[in-house]
Design a protein around this ligand. Structure first.
Ligand code: GLU
Length: 276
């Protein structure tokens, strides 16, 4: 069986120990399986991505001993792909324009009957005349995936959506996410759309990533079904915690790979720290 996995960082900060665990887990798994390891730069958020962080990703991973295939796919160079995927969803009426501001979304959720979480927003398209008026006025909007429409389009297949992770088969529950934003008015794709598209395009068979993205699989398998893309196997690894017991974030400067390197740590030390 072929085995293709990837590490897909966003160049919005320096890599830290958590990224070291992600990249090494995927890289080691590919080696063990005699498979391929891909590095992908997820830089569609051009407001936050920085070239110096991208350069640092290459440098830090090479230092760690991770080897990847060239050329590296940089998502910002392929926006037309994600736009086309979005267009196919628009053409099938599976997405709708949402003109609500963040505050209005928060209010809608607060007023929802079951006290839904922030990410559980559910809505629908405005009546055509209202929508046309907002468009004419140049109001900003986001494209949201309609779970209601997705369910209607897939019928029983929606409820039969299953994926495999390290615990075995899992029934997908896209409702965990509500109607997610797949693109914004001037921004062709969200992480979800671009990541799912690229995993398929790059032939990724095994998505290996942190526990923090466990819930993402529930949505990603729905997107795969709607876009007629193959479904990979999912594996999640534990998160690396900081000294405060919270998971590491890009702001934890002391845990960045470059800070560790500057303090004289070796790649072997990093591996040992991750095993401890
Ligand atoms: N780009 C995402 C991140 O840096 C990772 C996405 C993924 O592995 O699916 O958090």
């Amino acid at each position: 069986m072929s085995f293709v996995t990837r590490f897909a960082p966003s160049p919005t900060g320096y890599l830290h120990l958590g990224h070291a665990l992600s990249s090494l887990t995927a890289f080691d798994a590919a080696r063990e399986a005699g498979g391929r390891f891909i590095l992908r730069i997820e830089d569609i958020d051009q407001g936050r991505a920085r070239p110096e962080f991208e350069a640092a990703i290459f440098e830090d991973l090479a230092w760690l001993g991770v080897e990847w295939e060239e050329p590296v796919r940089r998502q910002s160079a392929h926006l037309a792909d994600y736009e086309a995927a979005l267009q196919s969803l628009i053409a099938r009426n599976l997405v709708y324009r949402c003109f609500r501001t963040r505050k209005e979304v928060a209010e809608a959720i607060a007023n929802a009957p079951h006290g839904a979480a922030e990410e559980m927003f559910r809505g629908e398209a405005l009546p055509p005349d209202e929508e046309a008026a907002k468009l004419a006025a140049g109001e900003a909007f986001a494209w949201r995936l309609s779970l209601k429409k997705a369910r209607a389009a897939l019928g029983p297949a929606y409820f039969a959506l299953v994926f495999e992770d390290e615990n075995g088969p899992v029934r997908a529950e896209p409702e965990k996410h509500g109607d997610v934003i797949l693109a914004r008015k001037d921004f062709p794709a969200s992480y979800h759309l671009a990541s799912v598209w690229d995993d398929a395009l790059q032939g990724v068979t095994h998505v290996i990533r942190g526990e923090d993205l466990r819930d993402a699989a529930h949505l990603h398998v729905l997107l795969q079904k709607l876009l007629d893309l193959p479904q990979p196997v999912y594996r999640h690894h534990r998160l690396v915690l900081g000294e405060d017991g919270k998971r590491l974030a890009k702001r934890d400067a002391a845990a960045t790979l470059r800070a560790l390197r500057e303090r004289g740590k070796t790649p072997e030390d990093v591996r040992a720290m991750l095993e401890a």
